[in-house]
Design a binder for this molecule. Structure first.
Ligand code: URP
Ligand code: ZN
Ligand code: ZN
Ligand code: ZN
Length: 486
């Protein structure tokens, strides 16, 4: 499997057969980075786990020379959408196979997509159907969050508590979108179950009625181009919903995770809540660092390539997100990978989408670009430290979502989930490098320094030399425990 790899050496003698305690694999000569430390040491791997860290870990059946490379915990992307229902006639561009190849190409070893309950559907049935989609397809490991769109008494009373106990310990709720929005009362009812079951709620905080009001007004004036997607959802709409979510969570007495925070207004609400002593976690994404609303205003339908919610903002909000990242206000940095095809009626430019921004499927691909963007724009430009980078891309995701200490660090006993990272490689992001199902990347042409050269999941090289090197199905499902918080 390591054949053709630029970094692996072929095994010479079968040391493992001679002594079962021999390492399966040693990663030698690299610089190991964790959320706490940077150290020059080798990593010894046996049976898929890290069993030795040392200046010399001794004989191994095979070795990878990591001289000049950083040895990072594999990225955990706790916010991706794969093969998720987005409306009749709309096709998400990645299922578990291509989505996890793309994840591995970007140095990720675990993803957490969402099992979506459609209204009228049993939550348990939604989870089972989602497992069927993932079975045998994934290259990297995966867990599921739940999306609750129909909190019936049966869902709240029986299904949700049972599912949390089965390892689905986080769920997302939406404060907007026709098919998904929950009323304040429904949010409170879901929050109460989260409290009783010790689960973590992720909130999509944008105000439904405010967006409808704005979008109706824009459409009435004939303003239907993709750029008006951003105009219909200004920061005020996100700020109001963030404030409301925080207040509802305070009423029930639970921590929440505010996902895909886009800019200054929502950050202010989160910081205000923390000053009041409330536990409010927050996530941001690459689109809020390197894209702006101006990208939605590109000629013709090009702007549709950048339509996501909340939309990218302006330079001042980018600066606010960087300040918050560097200051520790965000626990996680995720991609919100939500891939559609551009030049495709089932994607961004179908007939309805051409007629109005309202029908453009919301979401952009980014699971392969997340780590290079944060490393280059953050670490290389001196805005965050290497330790911040590891915390924001791996360790904190494992802690927040109940995967720690099995995942998220380089430590004895942890799964050998590792990204070998060339900190000096200069790369121009292009569609070819993303290995995803979308026919474009919103980050086309962005120049980055730092690149994942080899990705290992439980000790197996799954992506190397620009291609997948393990079989679909190597990735396994991870039941999760309770959030460890931060
Ligand atoms: O536009 C986005 N972000 N689509 C994905 C779904 C979501 O709200 O995260
Ligand atoms: Zn969302
Ligand atoms: Zn999302
Ligand atoms: Zn395998």
């Amino acid at each position: 499997v390591i054949q053709g790899s630029g970094t692996a050496e072929a095994p010479t003698i079968d040391l493992k057969a001679r002594n079962p305690m021999t390492l399966d694999l040693a990663i030698r000569g690299g610089t190991v980075v964790t959320a706490a430390d940077t150290m020059r040491c080798d990593v010894g791997i046996r049976d898929g786990r890290i069993v030795a860290l040392g200046e010399d870990v001794g004989p191994a059946a095979r070795s990878i020379d990591a001289a000049g490379l950083l040895v990072l915990p594999g990225g955990i992307d706790s916010h991706v959408h794969l093969d998720q229902f987005q409306g009749e006639g709309i096709v998400m561009a990645d299922g578990f196979r291509s989505g996890t190849v793309s994840a591995a190409a970007g140095g990720n070893t675990t993803v957490i997509p969402f099992a979506l309950q459609r209204r009228g559907e049993s939550l348990r049935a939604a989870v089972e159907a989602y497992h069927a989609k993932a079975q045998g397809e994934a290259l990297v490991d995966y867990a599921f969050h739940l999306i609750i769109t129909d909190p019936t008494p049966g869902v709240l009373g029986q299904e949700l508590p049972a599912l949390v106990k089965d390892g689905y310990s986080s769920f997302k709720v939406f404060m907007t979108y026709d098919d998904m929005v929950l009323s304040d009362r429904e949010l409170l009812d879901v929050f109460a179950v989260a409290k009783a079951e010790n689960a973590l709620v992720m909130v999509h905080a944008e105000g439904f009625d405010s967006i409808r009001f704005m979008a109706d007004g824009l459409e009435a004036e004939g303003k239907t181009a993709p750029a008006f997607h951003a105009a219909a959802r200004p920061e005020t709409v996100e700020r109001e919903a963030t404030h409301r979510a925080i207040a509802l969570a305070e009423l029930v007495g639970i921590p929440i995770m505010v996902v895909h925070v886009s800019g200054r207004d929502a950050i202010e609400q989160i910081e205000w809540a923390r000053r009041r002593g409330l536990t409010v976690h927050a996530e941001t994404c690459p689109q809020y660092l390197v894209l702006t609303a101006g990208d939605l205003d590109r000629p013709g339908t090009e702007g549709a390539k950048f339509v996501c919610s909340p939309p990218p903002r302006d330079a001042a909000s980018q600066a606010a997100v960087w300040r918050a990242l560097a200051g520790g206000a965000f626990q996680t940095f995720s991609s919100d990978h939500c891939p559609f095809r551009y030049d495709d009626p089932a994607g961004k430019t179908g007939p309805a989408a051409r007629a109005s921004f309202r029908a453009v499927p919301n979401g952009i691909p980014g699971v392969a670009a997340r780590l290079p963007i944060l490393f280059s724009e953050g670490v290389v430009k001196g805005r965050i430290t290497l330790q911040d980078f590891v915390a924001l891309t791996a360790t904190n995701h494992a802690r927040m979502y109940g995967l720690y200490p099995r995942k998220g660090s380089i430590a004895i006993g942890a799964d050998a989930d590792i990204a070998l990272w060339d900190p000096e490689r200069r790369v121009t992001l292009t569609q070819d490098l993303m290995h995803h199902g979308s026919d474009y990347t919103p980050y086309e042409g962005l120049e980055v320094t730092g690149w994942p050269v080899t990705t290992l999941v439980r000790g197996r090289v799954v992506f190397d030399g620009g291609r997948a090197t393990a079989e679909a199905g190597h990735g396994i499902f991870l039941p999760r425990g309770a959030s460890g918080g931060l």
